[in-house]
Design a protein around this ligand. Structure first.
Ligand code: KDO
Length: 328
């Protein structure tokens, strides 16, 4: 009888310890992040180390790559509806839901990563982030440089001006703002999900695509293209999007940690991408691609004119273009 009692007590003790461990893990907030990016992408890496580590005492960062949880472009709505906690979003995706944001989808607007950071870590960023919070219930925690977008094409037709792009079927991501950017480059834009671009290039469904060079390398687009035209048409950026609902459930200390970890990870990602871009051209040349500069001024003038004459510019908040240009 005594033996049974001891065993029972021991079993209860084991159960209690066993139950305490998962309970602790369960108590942590689960932060699912959905992105079309790969696991080896600089943004994915920076978040999985610096951000995940920063919040680990109270939250579990759970990334889902390659569109495996939500499809590209549906993440913000998923966060707004309470179905997702985080994503790496873009001005183009925000512009789809909040037209004021479309100014930041314009080609040749941002000068460089530093300009981008100063705009979004200053007054303008505060106003734009507030819009996303008020209208979508999405908190934008930080801005990160994603790289400068360049054209990456099949074939050997030399591209010097937008006129040379006539008839080129250029894959652009699937929102109006992205498609317009393709037109502003003189191309014939076509939408396609990021995860389908490699096959599209391989089979010739598309003649080219645009992305920052580190992304071209990460997704091995150089294996199925012949040239890179250094148009530098969009100093691209992303924002770490976070559910406002989850944010409101955090303590002030936790909010501070989430915010600081996002900024730290984004700053590190920006540095890594800048350093990579500075040395990456040789890699593509070694892979046999032609890499050259077109008449960038011709591309810039063509694009800026199209943007200013477009319906997009009608939704840009008054005076914002001048304010963005004035940020030094
Ligand atoms: C793309 O689809 O080309 C793009 O580069 C657009 C970006 O805004 C961003 O969404 C990115 O894809 C994904 O994060 C995949 O890297």
């Amino acid at each position: 009888m005594k033996w049974f009692t001891n065993v029972t007590l021991a079993a209860v003790a084991v159960l209690a310890v066993g139950a305490a461990m998962p309970a602790l893990a369960q108590d942590k907030i689960k932060l699912r992040m959905s992105t079309p990016a790969s696991e080896t992408d600089f943004r994915s890496q920076g978040l999985a180390t610096i951000f995940a580590d920063g919040v680990k005492d109270f939250a579990v960062y759970e990334p889902h790559y390659n569109d495996s949880l939500f499809k590209q472009g549906t993440e913000l709505v998923a966060i707004a509806r309470g179905n997702l906690e985080m994503s790496i979003t873009s001005a183009q995706e925000l512009a789809k839901l909040i037209p004021d944001w479309s100014i930041f989808t314009a080609g040749y607007l941002m000068r460089d990563a530093d300009h981008q950071r100063k705009v979004f870590e200053g007054e303008i960023g505060e106003e734009m982030f507030k819009l996303a919070e008020d209208e979508l219930g999405v908190k934008l925690l930080s801005v990160m440089y994603f790289g400068t977008r360049q054209l990456n094409l099949r074939g050997d037709k030399k591209i010097m001006t937008p006129a040379d792009m006539a008839g080129i079927k250029l894959r652009m991501p699937g929102t109006d703002a992205w498609q317009f950017l393709g037109k502003a480059l003189g191309a014939n834009p076509t939408p396609m999900a990021f995860t389908e671009v490699y096959t599209g290039l391989q089979t010739g469904t598309i003649d080219g695509q645009d992305n920052p060079l580190p992304t071209d390398k990460d997704r091995k687009f150089y294996e199925v293209t012949d040239q890179i035209v250094l148009t530098g048409h969009l100093v691209d950026m992303n924002f770490l999007a976070f559910s406002k609902k989850v944010w409101d459930e955090l303590t002030p200390e936790q909010q501070e940690i989430v915010q600081a970890s996002a900024r730290k990870a984004s700053a590190e990602i920006t540095e890594k991408i800048l350093a990579n871009e500075a040395e990456i051209v040789d890699f593509f040349k070694k892979e046999g691609l032609q890499v050259y500069e077109p008449d960038v001024a011709a591309f810039r003038d063509h694009a800026q004119k199209m943007y200013l004459e477009s319906d997009f510019s009608k939704s840009w908040p008054d005076g914002l273009l001048d304010r963005v240009n004035a940020v030094k």
